[in-house]
Design a protein around this ligand. Structure first.
Ligand code: KG4
Ligand code: ZN
Length: 368
């Protein structure tokens, strides 16, 4: 008899093909295996995700990825009790590959299917603390602030009106010719600038204390004079907007290119620093405003951009300043993965929210 819940979870909403085995242990979901096949190298060539290319790559890897997840977990197909799958939001062609595969497994093995919202998955990757919770979900496709009253009870407080935060990082990287995906590279460039500024400050302090004359060249850059706008930060509500910030970066790049052929490494680092600073100010500002207004003791940070150390540190500091606690996903659950889909599905199953293969549909604009 299948007495223990064994969920096969599948994720393919964008550019990672992923499968995971999640079981029930002591009344909680436990991830037994999680396999992610990334398409990063494929999309590097085009500097971004080409939907058609992504769908084809999903088609090639979906079965091997599922097979590996099952093998790693030591679970046979006949042991499974449920199939869970991302039903949206995401790229239609990409979603279809995982979704139709999940439907085939549910049909062939006569199992219930659990459609899961991708954002809900990200939220569950960091879900700890006690309800009500606040989740700041920042990824390549989404930026949202969600009030979570209980398992499955979500209230979207705000979301992006245009570009997602991760998308803005990627676009800035493209403008500066830094490669794909841009988030981690922009963040490294910003960090290099920050370290240089710190060193210069120490240098100035030492020079002053030694009462020696300083050479201006050695002091650069002790401060960053470049600041970008903080879109929506002072506006009421919790919505975000990042396209204006991206345009401000483009304007600055063009301004600097008026009197030289190409940007220097220092130019690029300074622009990344100022951009990251502005983006983080807005994300953290809105999250803290919501946490204070709703008196929330637990704040979750999720989605691919949650890997940004600067964002983690600034948010942690400010969350702790208002007496709350910040929760982050495990490193391997920050980007897209199927373990988070399996965990979210577990709570659907517990409350009887399951379906059958012939009743489920994908929704590329699915709302929480
Ligand atoms: O959640 P995710 O893997 O996929 C989507 O659901 O979109 O997020 C990917 C996004 C990309 O835009 C990537 O550039 C961004 O997360 N990202 C980062 C960092 N690492 C990944 N952005 C800023 N700093 C990072 N360290
Ligand atoms: Zn995602």
């Amino acid at each position: 008899m299948k007495d223990q819940m064994k969920i096969l979870a599948i994720e393919s909403s964008c550019d990672e093909t992923a499968a995971s085995l999640v079981v029930e242990k002591n009344g909680k979901p436990k991830v037994i295996s999680s396999i992610v096949s990334s398409q990063i190298n494929l999309h590097k060539k085009t500097g971004g995700v080409v939907p058609e290319v992504a769908s084809r790559a999903h088609l090639e890897s979906i079965i091997p990825v599922i097979d590996e997840a099952l093998k790693n977990a030591g679970v046979e197909l006949c042991d499974l009790t449920h199939v869970a799958v991302t039903a949206g939001p995401g790229l239609v062609g990409s979603l279809m590959v995982g979704f139709d595969t999940a439907k085939s497994f549910a049909y062939g093995l006569d199992l219930p299917i659990v459609p899961v919202n991708h954002i809900e998955g990200h939220i569950y990757s960091a879900c700890r603390g006690s309800f009500p919770l606040l989740a700041l979900t920042v990824s390549g496709g989404h930026t949202s602030l969600t009030l979570i009253h209980d398992h499955g009870k979500y209230e979207t407080l705000g979301e992006t009106l245009d570009d997602a935060a991760g998308e803005a990082f990627d676009k800035v990287a493209k403008l500066l010719d830094l490669g794909y995906p841009g988030g981690p590279i922009v963040s490294q460039y910003a960090q290099a600038y920050r370290e240089k500024m710190t060193k210069s400050k120490i240098h100035i302090a030492n020079k002053i204390s030694n009462n020696k004359k300083t050479k201006s060249k050695e002091l650069k850059p002790s401060v960053c004079n470049l600041t970008f706008p903080r879109p929506m930060l002072d506006k009421p509500g919790y919505d975000f907007s990042f396209s204006g910030l991206k345009t401000a970066v483009l304007t600055e790049v063009k301004r600097r290119l008026k009197d030289k052929k190409e940007l220097t490494l220092l130019d690029k680092r300074e622009i990344c620093f100022a951009f990251e600073d502005a983006a983080i100010d807005v994300l953290v500002g809105k999250a803290i405003k919501a946490a204070k207004k709703y008196k929330l003791e637990s704040v979750l940070l999720a989605g691919g951009v949650s890997a940004n150390t600067r964002l983690q540190n600034v948010l942690k500091k400010e969350v702790e300043e208002i007496g709350s606690k910040l929760y982050l996903p495990e490193k391997e659950m920050m980007g897209d993965n199927a373990a988070m889909i399996g965990i979210a599905a577990y709570y659907h199953i517990v409350r009887g929210d399951i379906s059958s293969w012939d009743k489920v549909k994908i929704d590329s604009n699915m709302k929480l």
